[in-house]
Write a protein that binds this ligand. Sequence first.
Ligand code: RAM
Length: 355
Amino acid sequence: MRVFRLTPILIGCCLLAACQAGPGSGKGPASAVPPAPAGTDGAAKPVFLLIPKEMSNTYMRKMYEGFVTACAEFGAEPRFGAVAVNTAQAQIELIDQAVADGNVSAIAVAANDADQLEPALKAAMQAGIQIISLDSAVNRNSRMVHIQQASPEIIGRVLIQATERMTGGEAVVGLISTTPYATNQNLWISWMLQELSDYPEKYKDFHLLPVVYGDDLPDKSKEAALSLLAGHPDLSAIITPSAVSMLAVGRVLLEQGSDVIFTGLGLPSEIAPFIEDGSCPWMYLWNPIDIGYLAAWTAQALYTGEIVGAEGDFFTAGRLGQRVVAGDVDGGTEVLLGDPIKFDKTNIEEWKIVY
Ligand code: RAM
């Protein structure tokens, strides 16, 4: 397994660089993308399906916004999978349906489980459907390429580093994840634990509680936050790498009049009030609209045969410019969006209107 280490200083530099880019500083003008003539010859447009973890998740809907924009640019028909519950089974049913219908050309899936989708996705690939994962990866045998939002190592380490700074280091910290099977959250949590074990002296008074699960659902996340507060009167902070739980946690802390602080990965449009009132001193995310946009362009490059998803392949992803397919630590391949962005009082006004 190729795991590379980044020092805290290097991580700080990456984030600083990311922060210097404002919301309007995309890598290229949208006008650089010539509209594709697809559909003008009367032929049906290829159908590109995005299967979310669950369809009411606001973060997943933001990804779909970018997916729709890209599909309009190159001339595909976008669809959003109606996943009612965030389980692998619900996603398998949609994949099987797409294969049976025979009218889907590409599927981008945010996996609820890394391995369980394998038989369905392999059958889809055999049927000629281009398969990529985004946000939360399927294993390397089940995809052609994964769309990686940002380095999992940076995400995991920076959430612990941030909480240490926010609390002064002497802290009892709760951790609310999504489901126990989510590839992305589990990977980030493994890097959080790595950060703690790499610097035992720095974190000697930093007590991270066992992970609890909010299942990426508002009510379950609310219950998780309430039980952390009830079970740990000395709680100092909550970390949550889930956009859904971030909002639920912010609301619980406000309702309870708690002075516990929180951080994690949230949507600026939803977390702005909590950054403004200081209960979330700062948080991180990347642009979920760009993730969906990049995924659709990657699927298009596979569909046209411009790439096969092998390491070293490259293509132009519309306004995001040239992208290279790189090796992933799991032995498969990935296309990286970039670095996470830090959101705090200095930039939240600017970003809350973007996503
Ligand atoms: C959640 C999803 C997604 C994650 C974001 C930050 O809504 O679980 O996987 O990337 O939050």
